[in-house]
Every structure is written in structure tokens, then in C-alpha cells.
Unconditional design. Sequence first.
Length: 317
Amino acid sequence: MKASELVRKILYNRILLLIVMIALLSLVMTIAYPEAFPQANNLAAILLDTAQGGILTTGMLILLICGVFDLSAGSTLAFAGIVAGILVKDYDAPAIVAIMAGIATGFVIGALNGLIITKLRINALITTLAMQGILRGVTQIVSPSGVANLPDQFKPFGQTVFLGLQSPFWIMLIVVIITWFLLSRTRFFRQFYYVGSNPRAATLSGINIQFMTVVGFAIMGTCAGLAGTILASRLSNAVLLAGNGTELRAITAALLGGASLSGGKGTVHGAFLGVFFVALLQNVLIIARVPVFYQSIIVGLVLLVAIGIDQFGQKKN
């Protein structure tokens, strides 16, 4: 195989491109920062960073397969964490009740997004952008300073260590595996691909597009609620600005892993690779002591590149 053909193959295969970028970035960092990057504790930190992003990206992947996305996911994450924190601290609720309430909060918000979009026929971008602002405002009204010093009974959910890794990573891994199974092995979840690739044909074949859209947003909300509750438990604090910008990182990771803004495409393993790459990139920028505002610029550029690759693939097809 010629070198040009190999390069072309790598560029056309986003998963292969991700693997190459992860390998090259890891190699460069191992050479440049041998005392910091290739250490076991740093790898554990990278894997822990994939937890929140992995759970959010799993939900976002389903929406992107449907041909839509959710810009309120980060706000939902923060609000769910606040709800769980208030219940467990101010009302002495059992940890399991607070956890389920946080997850249920995300589910309700996601389902509400889906119902507004399908029943009122308002664009998903506008609906979720409006919901983002509403939730940030409501969160500040409900708890102006967040909820600090959460009780010990709430901490095991996000702080338990197993095989050297904290529980958020293992919870994320379970979510990813379950989603992979559902999308690849069940007829109901395969309908998301039909909805995103050809809505008209899906309707003619008897698929209820509105119902599937609501289900997709409900799953996204549930993932955000779960991620927010885990984060509050891990930090022992429910933070007002938690999840700020995470929806864009989730979209970036899913697009890098093979999903498309036009819908009908995407795999769980590809999305997970995208999440790992984004977490690796964040870790690299921190080790290299890149200022925070430059980190935001770089992550934004990666999103533009991911969209560009997606659009290039669409034109090629």
C-alpha cells in the first residue's frame, strides 16, 4: 500500500484516525514529560476524567444518531447534582433516595425537552438552548451558593475505589456496555438509526419518530442526571457551574468517534474513543501548563475540526 493511500484511509476512517492521534499524542508526551505523563496515577486520572464525559457522550450519541443534539445537558447535570445535594444534606434523605432523585430529575428534564420539540415543533437547538438558560437560572435561585460538605453517606457513590480506579469510571463503563448492547443487539434501539438516516422511510415503516425522539432526549437527560449526581458525590459538593461546556465536549467526542450531525451514524466504541481522546488532550494541556483560556480555544478548535471532518465525509458520500 502506498503512503498516500494509507494516509487517505486513515483520514476517511475516524476511529482509525482517533487511534493514531491517541498513540502519537501519548508518544510525544511520554518523551517530553517522562516524569509526569506515563505514570500510573496519571493514567488513572485520565480514566477518571472520562467518567463524566463518557456518560454524557453516551446520551449525546443517541441524539446525534437521531439527527439532533442537546445543549442543555451541562445545565441538567448541574441542576441534578444540586437536587441530590439538597435532599441528602438539608432534608437528611437516604443517599439512595438522593441519587435516584438526581437521576429522575435529569430524566424529567430530558423528556420535557423531547415533548417540547415534538409536540410544539420547536427546533431542538432553540429548545435546548432555552432550557440551558432556564436551568442555570433556576439552579441559582434554588441554591445560590451550591451545596457544600455533603454527608459521608453520600460519598461512596462517587468515591469508592475498585482495582485502583474510582467508582465513576466503573459506572461509566457499565453505562457504555449497556448502551452498546442496546444499540447493536435490540430492535427497538436500532430504530434510532432509521429515524436519523431517513425519517420519511422510518415513518412509512411504522416507526413513531416523535416517540423515539422523546425517548432519546429522556435518555440524554437521564445520563446528565446520573453524571451530575456522581460528580456531586465525588467532590462532596454540588457546584453551581458544574457541567459548564460539557455538552460541547460530548458532541465533539461523539463526532470524533464517527457520529454525524446529519444523523443515522455513530457507534458506542467510537464515541468512547472520542471521550478518551478529549480527556487525554485535557490532561496533556494541564501537564504542559497551558493557560485555561488557551485550553478552551484548543477544545473549540477540536470541535470545529470534528465538524469539518463530518462535513467532508458527508460530501464524499
